[in-house]
Ligand binder design. Structure first.
Ligand SMILES: [Zn+2]
Ligand SMILES: [Zn+2]
Length: 353
């Protein structure tokens, strides 16, 4: 009989079942990884509620992870049992128009581990060996599970090409906080962080923001950003919320000639209204960014290794696998939580400070 493991299986929307499933079998090009931690992401909630991946169920979600290699396929070069790792979750066909141009996120066969294929809310996960990255000793497993979101921010910052000395306004106090940290690294000044969660805004100040705009207190963030930038608007704006309303605000608070980093994921059918007149006469740019790939991952690991980015201020809680569904709901209502991790090795909830 095949060896079994514990996993959280999304059987249908709103039905997440913790149970025994077979340990994944690897082929020559894959490795098997014993999962240490998985960070809960907004995408997991979208999968839970049926907004994403409903056609992929049953599915084991979970994609922001770290672990230890427990088995290597024959072709896996430079990887060994016992290695501490994470893995790029973005998989593509490797030979289409886009893959040949190094643009695998646009591949028609694009899939993501834990979103389209079985992920890491389990004892074990398998991954293509070529996508596996070693974690330096100084990067602990919890931080290792945070490489994926950092790689996404790095991908976005590179796409926008944020220049030293430029102003940037970031809307959103979720992953927006990390945008603030990376913008500071790129030499942007001032870094303006806009959001409505006071605790997270303060965390954002700790890791990179110069100015905080709390929208509970300021009801016109567009006017406020203009005031802070000589009346022009910011050189760069990042939308990291994902609603039409905040996209419209982002467009309005960007100066002529500025660049909007489109990062927040809206609903598939959502429409954002932009003034074409301003867009053309103001020569405004919009740069979309979907995920970290390739060296975005090695860059993220290096920045975490040398503590240029210190995301630990965001780490709130680690819970056993059994508490995944509880944690998904808790994240919706408990505004004191930022990042929550899941581990099948934990026996009880562990609040971090
Ligand atoms: Zn994620
Ligand atoms: Zn392809």
């Amino acid at each position: 009989m095949a060896p079994m493991m514990r996993a959280a299986v999304q059987e249908k929307p709103e039905k997440l079942v913790i149970g025994e499933v077979p340990v994944p079998e690897i082929n020559d090009d894959e490795v098997l990884i014993r999962v240490k931690y998985t960070g809960i992401c907004g995408t997991d909630w979208s999968i839970f509620t049926g907004k994403y991946s409903a056609d992929k169920l049953p599915l084991i979600p979970g994609h922001e992870f770290s672990g230890v290699i427990s088995q290597v396929g024959r072709n896996a070069a430079g990887l060994q049992e016992g290695d501490r790792v994470t893995a790029d979750i973005n998989m593509s066909c490797g030979h289409c128009f886009y893959c040949k141009r190094g643009k695998k996120l646009m591949c028609p066969g694009f899939t993501q581990l834990g979103i389209h294929t079985n992920g890491t809310y389990a004892d074990y996960v398998k991954a293509p060996w070529e996508l596996v990255h070693h974690l330096p000793d100084s990067v602990d497993f919890m931080t290792g599970a945070f490489v994926e979101p950092v790689s996404c921010i790095i991908h976005s910052a590179k796409a926008m090409n944020v220049e030293i000395g430029s102003s940037i306004a970031i809307i959103g106090s979720g992953l927006g906080i990390l945008h603030a940290a990376v913008a500071k690294l790129r030499g942007a000044v001032p870094v303006i962080l806009i959001g409505r969660n006071p605790l997270r805004l303060e965390a954002g100040r700790e890791i990179g923001a110069d100015i905080i705009i709390d929208t509970n207190k300021v009801n016109d963030p567009v006017a406020e950003v203009r005031k802070l930038t000589g009346g022009r608007g910011a050189d760069y704006v990042v939308e990291a919320v994902g609603t039409p309303e905040t996209y419209e605000q982002a467009f309005e608070m960007m100066r002529p000639g500025g660049t909007l980093g489109a990062f927040g994921i809206t609903g598939i059918e959502d429409i954002v209204r932009l003034k074409a007149f301003d867009f053309v006469l103001g020569e405004k740019n919009i740069v979309g960014s979907c995920a970290g790939v390739g060296n975005d991952w090695t860059d993220a690991i290096a920045l975490l290794e040398y503590r240029r980015i210190k995301p630990q201020v965001l780490f709130s809680l680690a819970v056993p696998l059994e508490d995944l569904e509880w944690a998904l709901h808790e994240l919706k209502v408990n505004k004191s939580l930022s990042k929550v991790f899941v581990s099948s090795e934990l026996k009880k909830r562990n609040y971090l400070d």
